[in-house]
Design a protein. Structure first.
Length: 408
C-alpha cells in the first residue's frame, strides 16, 4: 500500500508549475493564446495539461504558466529516456517531424528537448511561419511551442533552435526541422456583401468593395458581367477595386476562391453621369483662376452669362462668348433665322444630352409663349436649326429653351 501511495504521489508530481512568463509574438505581447493541450505518454502513464484562456482572470490573459517535466518514481526522467539530446515533437504528432494542421482550426505545436539533461534558456524559429501562427518564445524552459489558427493551406518547412544561452546567443544549441502541413479549410468562400452598383462622373475615382468569409481567400476582379472571365484586371487581387475616372458605363465583378472552391460576386454596374461640378473641375482645373469665380452663379469671363448658363449652352466660361452661329437672312419673301446646335460631349457631359425647344410669342408677355410645332426636344448633335416666317405676318418673337438632361 505504501508503494502504491508513493507511486500516486510521484504521478501527481509529474508536472510542476513554475513562474509565469509573457508570451511574445515576434517581440510584441501575444495576449490570449497558450498551449491548449499537452499529452505525454510513457508506458502506461498518461498525463494531460489543459490550459484554456477562459480559466484565466483578465489580468492574466497576457501570461502563460511555464511547465517542465520532472522525474517520476518508477517511471524515470522523461527527459532522459531518449538517449542523445534532441528536440522532439510532443503534440500534435508525438515524435514526428511532420506537423499536421488544418486551415481555420487551432494548432498547438509543442516540442521539447529530450535525451541528456540540458537546460534551454532561449528558443528561436528559423524560417517563415505560416500566416496565423505565432512562436511562444519560451525562456529558461526545455519546452516551447507554436500556436494559432493557420489561414492558408500548404507545406511550410521551419527550423526550431534551442539555445543554451539567453537571447538566442552562443554557439551551443540544438536544432530540429519540422514540416508543417496545413490542409485546406473545408469551408468554401461565401460573400456577405457584394460590390454595389453606383453612379459616378468622368472626373471621379470610385472604390468597389466585397466582403467574404473563408480562409485563404484569393481575389480576382474582372471587367464585364459576372461569370465572364475574358477581361481580368491585372493586379486586382484584393477585396477592393479602385477604378476611374471613366468615360463610359462599365461593369465589374470579382471571383473569390480558396482551396475548397470559388464564388462569383454579382455584377456592379457603374453609370457615368456628369454634372456641373465635374464640368467645372475639368474646365477650371486647367487654368489659374480664383476658386470663388467657379461657382455656378458666377460669371468667370464677365460676358453676362453665368457659369451655369455657359455649361448648359456648351460655351466656354473663361472666354467671352460671341454668338457667331446665329444667322438672319431673307429667302423667297421669307425671313429665316438659323442657329447651330451643340452636342453634349466631352468631360462634364458624359451621360447627358442637350435638348433644344423653340417657343414663339406676339408680345413677349410671360403667358404668351407657345411651342413651335416641329421644333421641340431636338437633340443637339451639331445640326443647324432654321425658323422660317412670312414677311407679311404680324410681329413675332422667338426664344430658345436649352436643357441638359440624362440621355433618353
Amino acid at each position: 500500500m505504501a508503494g502504491d501511495a508513493d507511486a500516486t504521489r510521484s504521478e501527481l508530481a509529474f508536472v510542476k508549475m513554475s513562474r509565469s512568463i509573457l508570451i511574445h509574438k515576434y517581440g510584441s505581447v501575444f495576449s490570449k493564446a497558450g498551449l491548449a493541450t499537452l499529452v505525454l505518454n510513457k508506458g502506461t502513464a498518461s498525463q494531460f495539461i489543459l490550459f484554456e484562456a477562459r480559466h484565466l482572470s483578465s489580468a492574466a490573459l497576457t501570461k502563460v504558466i511555464k511547465w517542465t517535466a520532472v522525474n517520476v518514481a518508477g517511471l524515470g526522467a522523461f527527459d532522459a529516456v531518449s538517449g542523445a539530446t534532441q528536440i522532439t515533437q510532443i503534440a500534435p504528432s508525438a515524435g514526428s517531424s511532420t506537423v499536421p494542421a488544418k486551415a481555420g482550426e487551432l494548432l498547438n505545436l509543442v516540442y521539447q528537448i529530450t535525451g541528456a539533461p540540458h537546460q534551454a534558456r532561449s528558443w528561436a524559429v528559423i524560417g517563415e511561419l505560416p500566416p496565423g501562427l505565432n512562436h511562444l518564445n519560451s525562456t529558461n524552459s526545455n519546452t516551447d511551442g507554436i500556436t494559432g489558427i493557420p489561414t492558408e493551406s500548404g507545406n511550410y518547412r521551419i527550423m526550431i533552435r534551442a539555445y543554451k544561452e539567453a537571447n538566442n546567443s552562443g554557439s551551443k544549441y540544438f536544432t530540429k526541422t519540422f514540416m508543417i502541413e496545413i490542409a485546406p479549410d473545408t469551408q468554401s468562400p461565401a460573400i456577405s456583401t457584394h460590390p454595389l452598383s453606383l453612379i459616378t462622373t468622368s472626373v471621379r475615382e470610385e472604390t468597389l468593395q466585397v466582403i467574404a468569409t473563408g480562409n485563404g481567400l484569393k481575389y480576382q476582379w474582372y471587367k464585364g458581367n459576372s461569370g465572364d472571365t475574358s477581361a481580368p484586371i491585372s493586379g486586382a487581387n484584393i477585396e477592393s477595386l479602385i477604378i476611374g475616372p471613366l468615360d463610359e458605363d462599365t461593369s465589374y465583378w470579382v471571383r473569390i476562391s480558396n482551396d475548397s472552391g470559388f464564388i462569383d460576386s454579382k455584377t456592379a454596374n457603374l453609370e457615368v453621369l456628369d454634372d456641373y461640378d465635374s464640368w467645372a473641375s475639368e474646365t477650371f482645373g486647367a487654368v489659374n483662376i480664383n476658386p470663388e469665380l467657379t461657382a455656378p452663379d458666377k460669371d468667370a469671363d464677365d460676358d453676362g452669362l453665368t457659369n451655369e448658363i455657359e455649361y448648359i449652352l456648351g460655351n466656354s466660361p473663361i472666354k467671352q462668348s460671341i454668338d457667331s452661329e446665329t444667322t438672319l437672312r431673307l429667302q423667297n419673301s421669307k425671313l429665316e433665322v438659323s442657329f447651330q446646335t451643340e452636342p453634349a460631349a466631352g468631360k462634364g457631359y458624359i451621360g447627358l444630352e442637350r435638348a433644344y425647344s423653340l417657343e414663339e410669342s406676339s408680345d413677349i408677355s410671360k403667358s404668351s409663349w407657345t411651342p413651335v410645332q416641329g421644333h421641340q426636344n431636338i437633340i443637339g448633335n451639331g445640326q443647324e436649326i432654321t425658323i422660317s416666317t412670312n414677311l407679311s405676318d404680324k410681329t413675332k418673337y422667338y426664344r430658345l429653351n436649352v436643357e441638359l438632361r440624362e440621355k433618353s
